[in-house]
Design a protein around this ligand. Structure first.
Ligand SMILES: *[C@@H]1O[C@H](CO)[C@@H](O)[C@H](O)[C@H]1NC(C)=O
Ligand SMILES: *[C@@H]1O[C@H](CO)[C@@H](O)[C@H](O)[C@H]1NC(C)=O
Ligand SMILES: *[C@@H]1O[C@H](CO)[C@@H](O)[C@H](O)[C@H]1NC(C)=O
Ligand SMILES: *[C@@H]1O[C@H](CO)[C@@H](O)[C@H](O)[C@H]1NC(C)=O
Ligand SMILES: *[C@@H]1O[C@H](CO)[C@@H](O)[C@H](O)[C@H]1NC(C)=O
Ligand SMILES: *[C@@H]1O[C@H](CO)[C@@H](O)[C@H](O)[C@H]1NC(C)=O
Length: 610
């Protein structure tokens, strides 16, 4: 079914009457930023370079889509679980025909025809691959090679771009232009260095009958430890035949290795030996199965997400997108960021996995000129569009789970000593730096814990408050209580108390025993927490599907109504930016959210009638 005009009461209101295009060719600045902190302008862009530009067209009906999303995700609403179809979501994400036409017309004046264009399923993104010199002409700008001081990585970017005036209301964003993000995996072996040499002998499959947790779980996390900690009965086996599915995304050429997975299963999940995951290549993403090229992030994610949820149908997505290019090497490089590509792909699927884990992100950073003090490396305009794409998936019944980041209240930098947390507005003020996409209100952000009896918030657990996204109403009660309990004046000016609060929930994040390149290694990071929580979500979807109910979909509105389904974590804090960070407290907190899951409780709560 397509929505008719009458079923979309807001559409008429939103149909802003656009001024007749003046055809004014004079370009006007669309977006401009200060030179990004931590990056050095190195040289002019190589003239032979081609660039893939994504043009985001406005989505006038997005507020309607958001309304539907909240209704079908609210357990108290009569439409709970009545997810939208692909076609319904696409109709609500579509731009005005006028925007499509005017952008096509503009591209045609630069000899770019329909056959040179790739459009997203809802036609809200237009992608073109053109010489950098043409991009510079179209955007009235000059691209440069910028080098990231800390890593030496280089990218092609500009600090400002312009568009003909009449196109401004018809284009939300064009990237890559001003985005200096370096999306990275939140896998931090660095946090584990002290533990790895003393990995205790694995004690085998402990039974999960008593409440006592195997003491080895205090230092080494296995599938069995997670089952014990999160009350998953060891005899609970989800069905492979109720249409359930789980996915893990991979980026940056990090490969999930099937042989490592077999070794892991033999070690921790004997019943899964011989099973494997589906591999899906996005935009030419590779599947290098050479054991020496296995990626730690990908191996960690698939071993725990799929190990916990076996035998649910599991898929690993490998999205192409090389790490930033080395300008001295004359290879054509893809300078785009990967989320939007993955979104295009997954939104085009009829049946995306029902629960998807992602352990990559970057700082909400950098100042856009003319916008208040907030820092942005992921420009707000871009973050909003990607977040809107996540809302489309949620409305279709997909649960999206992201790591909250490994920098505490500071930036994603693993090393608190090198966190700067300074604004880029020339004033060099210290501000807490939340991570995106965890800061998107339409995804579930997972923080990290460690130890057992008690489980405590781990120091690196990313937490805080978004500077881009306002606090969603589902958080009002829980987060309002946390904020009002803070001593007066706490971190005043360092964070945005009205922002979307992070994380939503937490799970273990230290001492994960995995197989990497044939070796047993210990991994840490909220990178471990996200696949763990996603594995539990897949088990909960099993419970719902077997009860004849729709899958969970966008989780947060439900999770905040059932805090009793979580182990409240009340110890720990997440230092950063020269502060001790927030404290884990009774109830929701900005270190561990609602807490870690108790499957035994949640399995009843998710099928209860509200
Ligand atoms: C777990 O390890 C921590 C830190 O190493 C220690 O303080 C605590 O006593 C241990 N707890 C148990 C139950 O072994
Ligand atoms: C696997 O990769 C390693 C290192 O990248 C390389 O030395 C080796 O030749 C590769 N093996 C095969 C069979 O391609
Ligand atoms: C499992 O998922 C893959 C990828 O989405 C799909 O192609 C396949 O048909 C699914 N298998 C089953 C048994 O549902
Ligand atoms: C802010 O930091 C930059 C770079 O570290 C420095 O060049 C500038 O002088 C500082 N500005 C102020 C107002 O401290
Ligand atoms: C965290 O708890 C400590 C000890 O109770 C207290 O001194 C500190 O002020 C608290 N910090 C915050 C941000 O609430
Ligand atoms: C989880 O819930 C079950 C069932 O209510 C309860 O017996 C168990 O003690 C809970 N686990 C924890 C860690 O609180």
């Amino acid at each position: 079914m397509r929505f008719t005009q009458s079923s979309l009461p807001f559409l008429t209101l939103l149909s802003v009457v656009f001024a007749v295009p003046s055809k004014d060719p004079a370009p006007e600045v669309k977006e401009s930023i200060n030179p990004p902190r931590g990056w050095t302008l190195r040289s002019a862009a190589p003239s032979h370079h081609t660039i893939e530009l994504r043009i985001g067209l406005p989505q006038p009906s997005f507020p309607v889509l958001e309304k539907h999303l909240y209704e079908v995700s609210d357990p108290f609403h009569e439409r709970y679980g009545q997810h939208l179809t692909k076609a319904e979501v696409e109709a609500l994400a579509a731009p005005h025909q006028e925007s499509i036409d005017l952008v096509s017309e503009w591209l045609a004046t630069h000899s770019i025809g329909e056959s040179d264009i790739r459009r997203s399923p809802a036609r809200d993104w237009v992608t073109i691959k053109i010489p950098i010199t043409l991009a510079e002409k179209m955007l009235d700008t000059t691209y440069h090679v910028w080098t990231h001081d800390a890593s030496g990585d280089s990218i092609l970017r500009t600090t400002s771009y312009s568009l003909p005036k009449h196109l401004h209301p018809h284009i939300d964003v064009i990237q890559p232009t001003t985005m200096f993000a370096r999306f990275k995996g939140y896998r931090s072996t660095i946090h584990d260095i002290d533990r790895s040499p003393s990995l205790p002998a694995y004690t085998g499959d402990s039974t999960n009958s008593g409440a006592v947790i195997d003491p080895s779980c205090n230092t080494t996390i296995t599938i069995s430890c997670l089952q014990q900690l999160y009350s998953v009965p060891s005899d609970f086996t989800p069905s492979a035949h109720v249409g359930n599915s789980i996915g893990v995304t991979g980026y940056l050429e990090k490969f999930a290795n099937r042989q490592d997975l077999q070794s892991f299963y033999a070690d921790q999940r004997p019943e899964a030996v011989g099973s494997t995951f589906n591999f899906v290549s996005v935009k030419g993403g590779l599947n290098d199965q050479n054991l020496s090229n296995a990626g730690g992030e990908a191996d960690l994610d698939v071993q725990f997400a799929f190990g916990l949820s076996f035998p649910v149908n599991s898929t690993f997505f490998s999205t192409a997108g090389h790490p930033p290019f080395i300008p001295d090497i004359n290879t054509p490089m893809d300078t785009n960021e990967p989320y939007a590509d993955w979104l295009d792909f997954i939104l085009a699927q009829e049946k995306p996995p029902l629960a998807i884990s992602t352990s990559y992100g970057d700082d909400e950073q950098f100042l856009t000129v003319g916008v208040p003090w907030f820092q942005k490396t992921v420009p707000e305009s871009f973050a909003r569009r990607v977040c809107a794409g996540f809302a489309q998936l949620g409305a279709r019944g997909v649960s999206l789970v992201f790591s909250s980041g490994d920098g505490g209240v500071g930036d994603g930098d693993d090393n608190p000593a090198t966190q700067t947390c300074l604004t880029n507005d020339g004033k060099n003020q210290t501000k807490f730096i939340p991570e995106f996409p965890a800061s998107c209100p339409f995804v579930t952000a997972v923080g990290g814990t460690e130890s057992i009896e008690p489980e405590i918030g781990v120091f690196f657990s990313g937490g805080g408050f978004s500077n881009f996204f306002a606090r969603p109403s589902y958080q009002d009660k829980a987060v309002g209580k946390f904020l009002s309990a803070l001593p007066k004046g706490t971190f005043e000016g360092l964070f945005n108390p009205n922002g979307r609060a992070i994380p939503d929930v937490a799970a273990q994040g230290v001492g994960f025993r995995i197989f990497l390149r044939g070796q047993i290694v210990s991994m840490a990071g909220t990178s471990a927490s996200s696949p763990t929580f996603t594995g539990i979500v897949a088990l909960l979807n099993d419970v719902r599907l077997r009860a004849g109910q729709p899958p969970l979909g966008f989780l947060n509105p439900l999770l905040y109504t059932i805090p009793e389904g979580f182990n409240d974590i009340t110890i720990g804090n997440n230092p950063g930016c020269g502060t001790k960070g927030f404290n884990a407290t009774t109830g929701w907190d900005a270190v561990t959210g609602l807490g870690t899951p108790n499957f035994s409780k949640l399995r009843d709560l998710v099928i209860r009638k509200y």
